[in-house]
Design a protein around this ligand. Sequence first.
Ligand SMILES: *[C@@H]1O[C@H](CO)[C@@H](O)[C@H](O)[C@H]1NC(C)=O
Ligand SMILES: *[C@@H]1O[C@H](CO)[C@@H](O)[C@H](O)[C@H]1NC(C)=O
Ligand SMILES: *[C@@H]1O[C@H](CO)[C@@H](O)[C@H](O)[C@H]1NC(C)=O
Ligand SMILES: *[C@@H]1O[C@H](CO)[C@@H](O)[C@H](O)[C@H]1NC(C)=O
Length: 295
Amino acid sequence: MHLKYSLYTLSLFAFFPQIWSRDTSSEPKDVYVALGSSVELPCVDGRNGEISEWRINGSFLVSSPALRLHNTSLDDQGVYTCHDSNGEIVETVRLQLGYPPSLPDVHCWSPSYPLKALCSWSLPQDPILPTHYISTYRLRDDVCSCQRQSEQDRQCVLEELDLFSNVPYLVNITAVNALGSASRVLPVIFEDIVKPDPPVNVKVTALPGKKLHVQWAPPPTWPDPVNFPLKYKVQFRWGNANADSIMGPIESESMVRSGVMPGRTYHIRVSVMDHLGHGQSSEWSDTVNITLPRS
Ligand SMILES: *[C@@H]1O[C@H](CO)[C@@H](O)[C@H](O)[C@H]1NC(C)=O
Ligand SMILES: *[C@@H]1O[C@H](CO)[C@@H](O)[C@H](O)[C@H]1NC(C)=O
Ligand SMILES: *[C@@H]1O[C@H](CO)[C@@H](O)[C@H](O)[C@H]1NC(C)=O
Ligand SMILES: *[C@@H]1O[C@H](CO)[C@@H](O)[C@H](O)[C@H]1NC(C)=O
């Protein structure tokens, strides 16, 4: 005999929404419940209404047609079966506990202006349950999907953005699971989120006459640095007191610093910014150290 597809009564004690998925197959029914809330698992006997007991993972739990759990914790997860007086299974429920998604923290930046931008996100609280994401961005009425490499990826790519738009793009990252969804909508002006990756291949050599020659390469993710110029800053640190000095901004990919002290160790790193000053400087490159011989 087929059970009628129906939504069961949810517990009035629930602090959070609960979602039931129920079908007529003998597969376990997944029931998702918010941690800490209460849940009632009803059992309807298709034959004569004689319910004998509920079992958890096969062990006896209670003699009652309805099973009530209060203040649920992860220890309550498992496979619950409801049995008739002959011991036959009437109902199988897989109880899964977790939280509805919290509002995602979203961060967007462009290491390759003006070609594309990236957004990445995280959830402040682990929802425990399987959670997926919908990522879109739009300018006025044009909605685009923000592409990800895989479903699990928490980073997406925005392409073919309008430059110097006077209205922001609206990036919408929505987290969805069986208990609910949460959308963060972040307004983004392309020029404001420019942030190159750090310069690479920093090399330092000592030159005669108390000089250091520093050279580096532009970040590989930046589009052709000739067409989209960059400006660099070079930091020199020495001694225990973290004395430092910063040279730049300069547009070339090398520089000479004079007046360095024999016997001293210098720690050198480079950062880079869009030539027109859009957005932010990169993080610092790797540090290169050089100890000058005592003369
Ligand atoms: C619910 O359970 C947690 C521990 O699992 C406990 O700290 C809390 O006090 C309980 N709340 C209520 C209302 O019983
Ligand atoms: C039931 O079994 C599952 C899987 O082995 C286990 O994670 C869970 O803690 C068990 N639940 C109870 C209440 O024993
Ligand atoms: C964000 O995206 C979700 C999922 O596509 C959608 O339901 C929601 O309406 C969007 N919010 C805004 C403000 O566009
Ligand atoms: C350079 O010196 C810094 C500070 O002493 C150290 O943390 C870093 O590992 C050194 N780098 C290399 C490449 O040796």
